[in-house]
Design a protein around this ligand. Structure first.
Ligand SMILES: [Cu+2]
Length: 408
């Protein structure tokens, strides 16, 4: 975990010590509005870092909050094996909480033989490959000590490659205070649906005695992920009234003049790539691969274009080019029966509405699209460069549901 203060600068060198020949790496700073050259996407924003070589990132995060960083190369396997870290930017609390706990949720894909993998399976065509072992802070349902009757800030991160989680806490009062690191006016937590890469900051009033439990309800039976055990004398006798966090300097989109763009997230019918110009069989959606881009398997596409591949080489043209400083409304249409957490690099957007759910307006960098959902987000395209726009179920990303947006 890296912690720095808002306004501070991060200089971080990555050294590739991976043993496998050709296994290159990079670091993507998820949710941080970095300059494009620091965004850590091989071929798109930087050359990949081959074994034995180094690369130094240098930027000042403009926003406080809960973020993470991860490799953006061969992501299914590298993230699967654990190449990720947490980045906390401090400075958003007008008054400090009594204490804070980090809650990092993920699966581990480990077979009965005790070995990692496989990380990319035919499940890529469906929900993706789930790990056999679920963890919180690399432990199974740990017991986490907290002071009794205290206001505890929980920084919860879903850094799994595949798993969507409906998070809720039983045994304690909780309010959501930030989503994807971006503050919201506190509102009571009932349950909140998170996909891979999404974060949730909670204020929790710990119980006077006993314990509270964090559950994932998106399962046949609720799965306990962590327990919070109260210790010591009660700290706060008064009613729970959590303080909000300071807002981050996100530009406000002008919805009146915003240009609307529609993005359709779809599946291929056959799982086979269709080369550009090739005859498309009747009844099969035309998934056009860019000429240079070939892969054995393509299951997913954005606006009927697939850019598959584990290493992001063979760049297609951008999916869309936005005018720098312009306001945009993206309408995101999920035409599939699967859930897709759609992530845009370099920007924090505003959730506006959906045809399926009534969520409070909030900022985010990843939007969870439910099956057949149409959601609208808005933002100012104020960060110039080429920005990845992809599903964060990594197997969906690596089999086609990946593209990029140019801000010029
Ligand atoms: Cu997906």
């Amino acid at each position: 975990m890296l912690r720095l203060k808002a306004g501070g600068r991060l200089r971080a060198a990555i050294k590739n010590s991976l043993p496998r020949e050709g296994e290159h790496v990079s670091i993507h700073w998820h949710g941080i509005r970095v300059p494009n050259a620091e965004d850590g996407v091989p071929y798109l924003t930087q050359p990949p870092v081959p074994p034995g070589e180094s690369f130094t990132y240098d930027f000042a995060p403009p926003d406080a909050g809960t973020f993470f960083f991860h490799t953006h190369c061969n992501t299914a396997e590298q993230l699967g094996r654990g190449l990720a870290g947490i980045l906390i930017v401090e400075g958003d609390e007008p008054e400090p909480y009594d204490t804070e706990r980090l809650i990092v949720l993920r699966d581990w894909t480990i077979g009965e033989d005790g070995k990692f993998g496989p990380f990319l399976t035919s499940e890529a065509a469906r929900a993706g490959t789930f790990g056999a072992i679920r963890s919180c802070n690399d432990m199974i349902a740990p017991d986490i000590a907290v002071p009794a009757s205290a206001d505890v800030r929980l920084r919860i991160l879903n850094i799994d490659r595949t798993r969507n989680m409906q998070l809720g806490i039983e045994g304690a009062e909780c309010a959501i205070i930030a989503i994807d690191g971006m503050p919201v006016s506190p509102f009571p937590l009932k349950a909140w649906f998170t996909g891979p890469a999404m974060r949730l900051d909670l204020a929790m009033r710990s119980p006077a005695e006993g314990r509270a439990t964090l559950y994932d309800y998106f399962a046949p039976e609720p799965v306990p992920l962590a327990h919070f055990r109260s210790e010591g004398p009660p700290m706060r006798p008064r009613a729970f009234d959590p303080a909000g966090l300071k807002p981050n300097p996100i530009a406000e989109p002008d919805l009146e003049s915003a240009e609307r763009q529609v993005f359709s997230f779809s599946a291929t019918a056959t799982g086979a790539p269709v080369a550009a110009g090739a005859a498309v069989p009747e009844g099969v959606p035309a998934i056009l691969l860019d000429d240079l881009c070939t892969t054995p398997q393509t299951f997913w596409a954005i606006n009927k274009r697939a850019w598959p591949g584990r290493d992001h080489s063979l760049l297609p043209p951008p999916l869309a080019t936005l005018r720098r400083g312009g306001s945009y409304i993206f309408e995101l249409r999920n035409t599939t029966p699967r859930i897709h957490p759609i992530h845009l690099h370099g920007h924090s957007f505003k959730w506006l509405r959906s045809n399926k759910r009534d969520l409070p307006v909030h900022h985010a960098d990843t939007v969870l699209l439910l099956p057949k959902e149409r959601a609208e987000i808005a933002f100012v395209a104020d960060n110039p460069g080429d920005w990845m726009f992809h599903c964060h179920i990594i197997e969906h990303q690596e089999t086609g549901m990946m593209s990029y947006i140019r801000v010029a």
